[in-house]
Ligand binder design. Structure first.
Ligand code: F6R
Length: 269
């Protein structure tokens, strides 16, 4: 696990964009997984900026997203598809037919889960999956539970998640209580995971996920099962981490210049 802690959010977003850029350059038909929410907004802004300067391209990429509310039409401005179009996809050169997200308006959500699993199988190897974390530790919409299935599934959102996300809904009381989410198993299938967390509201979930027991009761902790997990945190999100992890983060920062000199990052994991 590579944990990096930042005082400056623009540097964090720059490093996150470097990681996405590296995945995009991974070869033809590079598939990457992205997420929605407030956390990746700065990253997407940086990706749009880099695309405009010709530094990166999505022309050969495939993008799949984690989740969508049930009951919203694909063009509903509150939906995650609309979010992705507005924040990223309308501004970059990804061919529209190579963007995949569960369809929350499908007549049978269970069938839609199977369809989305087939999509994930079809696009093959995902070089990177970017995730955020909820204040209750959820990843995608995998809410804390006794056990978490592997594949895409229908979930009932927790009261806390509904309350938090209603703030971004117009009108807030229209927020659906159910969603379709990629399963934790499929998230872990990606070659590399990038977890980003910002703000003190995430500090408890981040500390539990990175330093507590690995349990479905805190889905973020399951990310530690992945051999190649990079975690980018601002100081507030990192504030409750045990000192030993903060010390590791300092060490990772100290050796990073060697990576830029051609040090093979994979050998460090
Ligand atoms: C959304 C998603 C969620 C968010 C999480 C954090 O696609 O996967 O798990 O990452 O709810 O949301 P923000 O970034 O709004 O704090």
């Amino acid at each position: 696990m590579d944990i990096r802690i930042y005082g400056d959010e623009s540097r964090l977003n720059g490093d996150a964009a470097d990681i996405v850029g590296e995945a995009l350059r991974g070869g033809p038909a590079s598939a990457i997984g992205l997420c929605t929410g407030m956390t990746p907004v700065g990253l997407y802004r940086e990706l749009v900026r880099r695309r405009a300067k010709g530094e990166i391209s999505f022309a050969d990429a495939t993008v799949c997203n984690l989740d969508e509310y049930i009951g919203l039409t694909p063009d509903d401005p509150n939906g995650f598809r609309a979010f992705m179009r507005k924040r990223l996809l309308d501004e970059v050169d990804l061919p529209p037919e190579r963007f995949f997200i569960p369809d929350g308006s499908a007549p049978d959500p269970e069938d839609e889960c199977r369809r989305f699993d087939a999509v994930l199988d079809g696009i093959g190897r995902r070089r990177l999956q970017v995730v955020g974390i909820g204040g209750n530790g959820h990843v995608g919409f995998n809410e804390p539970d006794d056990s978490l299935p592997y594949g895409t599934r229908v979930v009932r959102l927790s009261d806390r998640t509904v309350q938090t996300n209603a703030a971004y809904f117009d009108p807030p009381d229209r927020i659906p209580r159910r969603a379709i989410t990629m399963g934790i198993g499929s998230i872990l299938d990606a070659d590399r995971l990038l977890l980003i967390a910002l703000g003190k509201e995430k500090a408890e979930a981040v500390a539990g996920a990175l330093a507590g027991p690995i349990t479905a009761r805190l889905p973020g902790s399951l990310l530690r099962l992945h051999p190649r997990l990079t975690v980018l945190l601002d100081r507030e999100a990192a504030s409750l981490l045990p000192e030993r992890l903060k010390a590791d983060a300092g060490l990772a920062r100290a050796i990073r210049p060697r990576i830029e000199d051609g040090f093979d990052e994979t050998s460090r994991q």
